[in-house]
Design a protein around this ligand. Structure first.
Ligand SMILES: [Zn+2]
Ligand SMILES: [Zn+2]
Length: 297
């Protein structure tokens, strides 16, 4: 039976406005200074790094431990992505793993590509999802002062980081026209990164291969991995959610700058206890081991 849909009009208006401004921003790209374009690219990569290495691999799955300097850096990067409070993002994603492709899954892929991509953000939550929220604990997050700090300021601090900060830097740093900076480094970059993130929930649940567990929908998708600094190896990730690399192979074989960032931090002594699932996979005990480890997110 088709699920009834109730539209969240404030979110539709916000996203509609952002997408319109991003579309207008596309026409401002040719007249931007090269510094602004480079800054936009760097900011885009940093904000998706905040999503992948930060809110996903660190705070949702606890696949490694990080020094407060790394956590603060990732929190600021995540704030630039303007994807809400860390605690809410983590809650949604833990539910996505626990109730994958059921009505409780916030971006249930069995409701279609559009719903899994962005429709879920624009519509009221399914009652099963609201029920599922009561079964998921995010208490562990509140022990981290970095998460509490972000929660204190969100969503206003996110808007400042995502739109005011890039405008200020480009305008005062190299005399870019404020409107160019706001539209290109702000709105074009925000909307682009939002859709890159959403591709993991949509395209990486529809198109690609399933070498690790053919009974689940999530796939290995290099295109999504390329756009999300390494989050497209999604069949491995749903099989072994606790693996900090979110992929079987090293970054030389599977595009994964998020793993490289974590490894670099580990070399500097700022990251410890990186979990891997290679042994579990190679000894074919992966299902039992994964179930056991999944309890730790
Ligand atoms: Zn997924
Ligand atoms: Zn995950």
């Amino acid at each position: 039976m088709a699920a009834s849909v109730c539209i969240k009009w404030p979110m539709v208006c916000f996203q509609g406005s952002c997408h319109l401004l991003a579309f207008i921003g596309l026409f401002y790209i040719p007249s931007c200074q090269w510094r602004t374009l480079l800054f936009t690219l760097v900011l885009a990569e940093l904000s998706i790094l905040g999503v992948t290495s930060g809110v996903h691999r660190l705070w949702t799955h606890k696949s490694y431990k990080a020094h407060w300097t790394v956590r603060l850096f990732l929190m600021l990067c995540f704030s630039v992505s303007n994807q809400g409070a860390i605690v809410e993002w983590v809650r949604d994603h833990r539910i996505h793993h626990k109730y994958s492709e059921t009505d409780a899954d916030p971006h249930n892929a069995s409701r279609g590509l559009f719903f899994a991509h962005i429709g879920w953000l624009l519509t009221r939550e399914h009652p099963k999802f609201i029920e599922a929220c009561k079964t998921i604990s995010c208490d562990d997050l509140m022990e981290d002062w970095v998460v509490r700090l972000q929660l204190l300021g969100s969503p206003y601090s996110d808007l400042v980081c995502s739109f005011i900060f890039p405008t200020f830097v480009a305008s005062y740093g190299w005399n870019e026209a404020p409107l160019h900076a706001l539209l290109v480094a702000g709105f074009v970059r925000y909307v682009f990164i939002l859709h890159c993130t959403c591709l993991v929930n949509s395209v990486a649940h529809f198109y690609g291969t399933t070498p690790y567990d053919s009974k689940i929908r999530p796939t290995e998708n290099w295109f999504v991995a390329f756009l999300t600094v390494g989050e497209g190896w999604h069949n491995w990730h749903h099989t072994f959610p606790y693996d900090y690399a979110c992929s079987e192979h090293g970054a030389n074989f599977q595009y994964n700058p998020a793993k490289m960032f974590i490894d670099c931090c580990a070399c500097l002594g700022l990251v410890t206890e990186r979990k891997r699932a290679l042994h579990a996979w190679h000894t074919k005990q992966h299902k039992l081991y994964a179930l056991d480890q999944a309890k730790q997110f």
